[in-house]
Ligand binder design. Structure first.
Ligand code: ARG
Length: 482
């Protein structure tokens, strides 16, 4: 048992207690963050005259050595340490001796773990955003290629009006675009540095918290030390954003499963993204889409768990908060995995355009347009609705579509019908006439596609004021090189 405390204890920790309390099995994910944070802390301590230059240099050498050795597989992170912070500190002392004992000056594990978590989440927010951008790029391509691929639009999963595949994909483009903007908001809101908050009440050392914050690429230091060590609202926000992403992915998956079914045959999922059956040789199943849909529950679970963990904790740090890690890590890995797989699945999926178009023509998807045709001839809409309703009933009886009826049959139902009705209710006209922005008409779609191209050509992660998420190279690397 390697612990950072023990002076005031007269007995060894019970082994079960030790195991129950330890977090090394999961917080070892923080190795990079813990070392980056310590490096920045030590550089700041030396600048403030709290550590001597030689001490700083020795500690930095020790810390980077630990990182290199773990990465090279020469040093193992084992269960003998309580957590990643203890692992790093104990190894540092072993390497460089007494100077290592000064690393924790003016710091508590409470602000240390708060920093590690922020650094970790900040990076994951940026990576998730990158995956969303890749998915949007794929969806934009799908839109560009399919402005004239007709398909039925549904309400209540009943055929409603014709749309295009570009329009359908465009709906998801909007959703995932908003998901990205949520991540951007979270990034800017969370990008403040908690280091220097100490256990809860700051420290008596003359720390330069602005400096530490700038070294680590934060906008500035957090402004209340108790809040700094005791809130994880940014984790909750991120889990909420991931839950929303999963909800969007899951809906799309549900549609793909339906489209891929033997009855629909709108799409064929690529062999590389399908699975077979152990007993039924003919089967090709959409397991990936089903798994993404299924894993959505797991990500929601992490959000509910985190909200519940946090709801009754008095200020400031309490050990309950150690529970912020496992489910959060799992939710992040799950959502990122789903995003990457989903993108590959839709990129390689084949659309059966003929089947989609045939389906769009059947099921009276042009009934609204037929009513609008009558309105154009001076019939009030409510009456037109009734006439077309009767027409549909007649067609159901005859097992045909509106456009299959002769002009005589049409005139019998309403004398207003003329030859031009056939053009007015054709699939092409139904879609093309929908030309206001946001509608599936090709003109409106081209305009939206142009806006999406423009949106994807710029990236908020490249914006000048987004120095966060990146360590301050000039201030930082210079010290490290020594
Ligand atoms: N493993 C702890 C956590 O994840 C680190 C902070 C420990 N602080 C403390 N006062 N025991 O929250």
């Amino acid at each position: 048992m390697a612990q950072l405390w023990g002076g005031r204890f007269t007995k060894e920790t019970d082994q079960l207690v030790y195991n129950f309390n330890a977090s090394i099995s999961f917080d070892q994910k923080f190795l990079q963050q813990d070392i980056e944070g310590s490096i920045a802390h030590v550089i700041m301590l030396a600048k403030q005259g709290i550590l001597k230059k030689e001490e700083k240099d020795a500690i930095l050498k020790g810390l980077t050595g630990i990182r290199e050795d773990v990465e090279a597989g020469k040093l193992a992170i084992t269960e003998e340490y309580e957590d990643i912070h203890s692992f790093v500190e104990a190894n540092l002392i072993e390497r460089i001796g007494d100077a290592g004992k000064k690393l924790h000056t003016g710091r508590s594990r409470n602000d240390q773990v708060a920093l590690d978590m922020r650094l970790y989440i900040r990076l994951e927010v940026l990576q998730t955003d990158g995956l969303l951008k890749e998915l949007l790029t794929t969806l934009l391509k799908m839109m560009e290629d399919n402005t004239e691929t007709y398909m039925p639009g549904f309400t209540h999963l009943q055929k409603a009006q014709p749309v295009t595949l570009a329009h359908h994909a465009g709906a998801y483009f909007e959703m995932f675009k908003r998901d990205r903007s949520r991540l951007k908001d979270i990034f800017y809101r969370m990008n403040y540095c908690p280091l220097g908050a100490g256990a809860l009440a700051g420290t008596t050392y003359p720390l330069d918290r602005n400096y530490t914050a700038s070294l680590l690429g934060f906008e500035g230091p957090t402004l209340n030390s108790m809040d700094s060590v005791s809130d994880r609202d940014y984790v909750i926000e991120f889990l909420a954003a991931l839950s929303t992403i999963m909800m969007h992915l899951s809906r799309f998956c549900e549609e793909i499963i339906i489209w891929n079914s033997n009855e629909y045959r709108f799409v064929e999922i690529d062999d590389a993204y399908s699975t077979g059956s152990s007993i039924m040789p003919q089967k090709k199943n959409p397991d990936i889409a089903e798994l993404v849909r299924g894993k959505t529950g797991r990500v929601y679970g992490a959000l509910m768990s985190m909200l519940t963990t946090m709801k009754g904790i008095p200020l400031a740090y309490n050990k309950d908060m150690q529970e912020d890690k496992e489910l959060t890590f799992d939710a992040i890995d799950t959502a990122k995995g789903c995003l990457a797989l989903f993108e590959g699945m839709v990129r390689t999926m084949k659309f059966n355009r003929d089947v989609m178009e045939k389906s769009a023509m059947a099921g009276f998807t042009n009934a609204t347009d037929a009513a609008d045709y009558l309105v154009g001839k001076g019939v009030p809409f409510r009456d037109a609705h009734g006439i077309i309703g009767r027409l549909v009933l007649y067609c159901i009886d005859k097992n045909c579509s509106i456009e299959d009826l002769s002009i005589e049959e049409l005139k019998e139902i309403s004398p207003v019908f003329e030859e031009d009705v056939y053009g007015a209710v054709s699939l092409k006209t139904c879609v093309e006439k929908r030309l206001t922005i946001g509608a599936p008409g090709p003109k409106a779609m081209q305009e939206v596609i142009r806006m999406h191209r423009e949106y994807l050509s710029k990236d908020w992660q490249d914006e000048d004021d987004m120095f966060g998420g990146r360590l301050n190279e000039t201030l930082y690397r210079e010290d490290i090189k020594k």
